[in-house]
Every structure is written in C-alpha cells, then in structure tokens.
Design a binder for this molecule. Structure first.
Ligand code: NAD
Length: 173
C-alpha cells in the first residue's frame, strides 16, 4: 500500500520553510496530500491570496524543488465553524492518508483525536521562514521577503501585483 501523509497549511504565501518541511515529509512517505486550508479566504491581511493562487504558487515551488507532481495532491479546503468535526471534513476532500505532519498544535490535537499518527517536522529557521514575517516585510515595502520564498513564487507574486494588493488592503479610507 502507498504510504501517504497529510500536510495542512494556509500558504499565505508558500515560503522556503514550507518547502523544507515538504521535502522532509517525503523521507517518511511515498505521497503527500497538501491541504490548502482556509480556502475561502483571500484579500485580507492574514490571507491575501486566493486558494487558486496558492495552488499555482505551490505547484511552481514544488517544481523548483524537484518534487514530482504525481506524488503530491493539492487540495483546497474551506474552514468550518466546528473544530471537532474538521478532520472528518478534510477526509471528505482528501485522498486517504495515514500520517499527519504538523507543527500546528490545534491541527495535531484534532487529528490525534481521530487516531491519526502525528509527526512533528523540525523547525526550519522558523523566525525567518514564516508567512507572517513575509507579509510584514511586504507591507513595510522591504524587499527582503524575496529571499524567503522560492524564486518562482517571487515572480508569481510580482506578476499578480501581490505586494500592491496587500498594501492596498492595509490602507484606511
Ligand atoms: P501555515 O501555512 O502557517 O503553516 C503550515 C505548517 O507549516 C504548520 O504546521 C507550520 O508549523 C509549518 N511551518 C511553517 N513554517 C515552518 C518552518 N519554517 N519550519 C517548520 N515548519 C514550518 O498554516 P496553518 O495556519 O498552520 O494552517 C492550518 C490550517 O488549518 C488553517 O487554514 C486553519 O484554518 C485550518 N484549520 C481549520 C479548522 C476548521 O476549519 N475548523 C480547524 C483547524 C485548522
């Protein structure tokens, strides 16, 4: 049987830390289901990018990292108000998986209550490689965010004028 893992994130945007985690997960499983969480969210300070944009960015980043597309499932899942049943909701959208890779305590807690094996990946320069930090730099007009994301993600964000979007959302009327 194919050994398949689950990795959930918001990927707002995907950064080099996410990619390191994904590469690390592949040491443990043959295939990985990557859930793009909060799929209903976009155009907010915490969630500036649409689920579709996040899928495109992840695909580019995975290709850059040499990860085979046929080993990965990218599944967008909107949030629901009921934490307890959320793992069942994820199961509805995702191919079957046996292991949940997460450093998010709530995600670990919820899936463990359904009997899933939880594996915590190591931290990859978490202070630097953090989507919150990337968005803060973008908002401040600091180009250092470019060093924290894969090159193809940087180009994609430039293409869709992602930094302008974030800065405009932050403005007051
Ligand atoms: P995220 O993109 O911030 O992080 C994804 C994962 O990558 C996390 O496990 C995080 O710890 C890890 N990570 C990030 N940078 C790292 C680094 N440098 N080194 C090592 N690990 C790193 O996403 P998130 O906010 O954790 O995503 C959780 C998703 O699950 C959200 O969309 C949330 O809404 C969803 N969720 C939904 C419900 C519900 O609908 N009821 C309940 C729980 C969670």
């Amino acid at each position: 049987m194919v050994k398949r893992g689950l990795f959930v994130g918001r990927f707002q945007p995907p950064h080099l830390g996410h990619i390191e985690v994904i590469k690390w997960c592949f040491r443990h499983v043959d295939e990985l289901v990557i859930v793009i969480g909060s799929a209903q969210e976009s155009h907010t300070l915490k969630n500036p990018f649409t689920a579709g944009e996040r899928i495109e960015m992840l695909r580019l980043a995975l290709r850059d990292a040499g990860i085979r597309a046929d080993k990965v499932y990218l599944i967008p899942v909107p949030d629901i108000a009921m934490n307890f049943v959320w793992p069942r909701y994820v199961e509805l959208f995702a191919p079957r998986f046996q292991i949940v890779f997460t450093r998010n305590p709530l995600v670990a807690r919820l899936f463990s209550e359904y009997g899933y094996k939880i594996v915590e990946p190591p931290s990859f320069s978490r202070e630097e490689y953090s989507a919150t930090h990337v968005r803060e730099l973008m908002l401040a007009g600091n180009d250092r965010w470019r060093q924290l994301v894969p090159r193809s993600v940087e180009k994609y964000i430039d293409n869709i004028k992602g930094v302008e979007r974030l800065q405009q959302i932050a403005m007051k009327d």
